[in-house]
Ligand binder design. Structure first.
Ligand code: SF4
Ligand code: SF4
Length: 163
């Protein structure tokens, strides 16, 4: 008899604990995203489409060192390097990337390229709408990845989703 009462009390306590969690969640603010009617919010660390950054003078930070491509496990970064000249200066270093493509049909958003970059030229933005029926559209060129803003100025469009 004593064991039955003990079992009953144990079950009642378990139900009460479970219902406590339920009521607590009912009182919590909703976390449902209203996408696509409202842009979703992301954690700062979210790894979305990459952004090629500029320095405070508006020059491209990428110096075409190829370290990002060398560290990419998916081999999805393609770079062609060119020399800066006195007449034409694109980046702060000796070289710049005349071509910088990322193939998003292969990218796994591991972030190794970001970790490898010695100049913080490549970062993850918060853009995520990449779905396509045509994989050729998933090759993003430098012109699409490059931020329009110099460092320290207003955030580029693809970063504004975070706010
Ligand atoms: S996130 Fe990873 S897979 Fe994607 S380009 Fe960078 S290193 Fe390559
Ligand atoms: S993005 Fe960074 S690691 Fe990649 S080539 Fe440019 S400077 Fe080098």
């Amino acid at each position: 008899m004593a064991s039955k009462i003990s079992d009953f009390l144990g079950s009642a306590a378990a139900v009460a604990t479970g219902m406590g969690v339920t009521f607590k969640e009912m009182m919590s603010p909703t976390v449902t995203e209203d996408y696509p009617d409202v842009p979703p919010s992301f954690q700062e660390r979210y790894r979305g489409t990459h952004v090629l950054q500029r320095d405070e003078n508006g020059l491209e930070k990428c110096v075409a060192c190829f370290l990002c491509a060398a560290n990419c496990p998916s081999n999805c970064i393609y770079i062609e390097a060119a020399e800066n000249t006195d007449q034409t200066r694109i980046s702060g270093g000796e070289r710049y990337a005349s071509v910088y493509n990322i193939d998003y049909s292969r990218c796994i958003f591991c972030g190794y390229c970001v970790e490898a970059c010695p100049t913080d030229a490549i970062t993850h933005g918060h853009e995520f709408e990449q779905a396509s029926y045509d994989t050729s559209t998933l090759i993003y060129r430098k012109e699409r990845l490059l931020t329009a803003s110099a460092a320290g100025s207003a955030a580029p469009a693809e970063m504004k989703r975070a706010s």
